[in-house]
Design a protein around this ligand. Structure first.
Ligand SMILES: N[C@@H](CCC(=O)N[C@@H](CS)C(=O)NCC(=O)O)C(=O)O
Length: 214
């Protein structure tokens, strides 16, 4: 059985949990106590992930990190959501990189600082991050206004990746998606119809924390 090292505030963990459920694969959650510094511990890094990040997926003796790698591994292994041609595979990879670099990354940082950061966020930093999020979300919104899923007419791991942080309560980030990005909003409705879909706080381990700075 797969073992997923994860925690409930982690949209990156959610990407993998959602895909495992969509593939009908049994897995065990291994709670990562991120909020108390577990991923910064040298021992944890040596044992679990030298990069100091969740999620980590154990597949037998293999330990995989980076959601782009994990999602690709699962799609290939189970023959679903990975694209049907080399061109589609490359297109999916293109969006996985874009998601990791910009779409997820800026938003996850912004939300973390607003909801869970140790001190009130610096307004200038937040304004800069918001500009970067606006840019990335606009690009994805335009794409999704013209295409049911990010790569073509059926869901792929690119969709699992991009939606990672979009099913968390808006109070956590204070960043409104629904009123500003109609393409993304309509796509989220389609994503919710994928078998196995559930809200992140319903399927990931750990305690919910009330947002601090929003
Ligand atoms: N690109 C990585 C990002 C993973 C990531 O940033 N995970 C967060 C939790 S959601 C983390 O562990 N961050 C620790 C840090 O940045 O120090 C992936 O896709 O797996």
């Amino acid at each position: 059985m797969y073992r997923l090292h994860c925690f409930c505030q982690s949209g990156n963990s959610y990407k993998v949990a959602f895909l495992l459920r969509a593939l009908g694969q049994a897995y065990e959650n291994v709670f990562v106590d991120f909020m108390h510094g577990m991923t910064r511990d040298d021992g944890w890094r040596a044992r679990t992930n030298e990069m100091g990040e969740a999620p980590v997926l154990e597949d037998g003796a293999r330990r995989l990190t980076q959601t782009g790698v994990i999602l690709t591994h699962l799609a290939r292994k189970h023959g679903a959501y990975g694209g049907k041609t080399l061109e589609e595979e490359q297109e999916i990879l293109r969006w996985l990189f874009f998601d990791n670099h910009k779409f997820t990354s800026y938003f996850a940082t912004y939300r973390f600082m607003k909801a869970f950061g140790p001190a009130a966020p610096d307004p200038a930093v937040m304004a800069w991050l918001k500009g970067r999020i606006d840019g990335a979300y606009g690009i994805v919104d335009r794409r999704l206004a013209a295409s049911p899923f990010i790569v073509g007419t059926a869901p792929t791991i690119a969709d699992f990746s991009l939606c990672g942080y979009l099913f968390y309560p808006v109070e956590e980030s204070g960043y409104e998606v629904q009123s500003r990005f109609p393409g993304i909003t309509a796509w989220l409705e389609r994503v919710q119809k994928i078998s196995g879909w559930a809200l992140p706080y319903d399927i990931l381990p750990g305690e919910r924390i009330a947002p601090k700075w929003t």
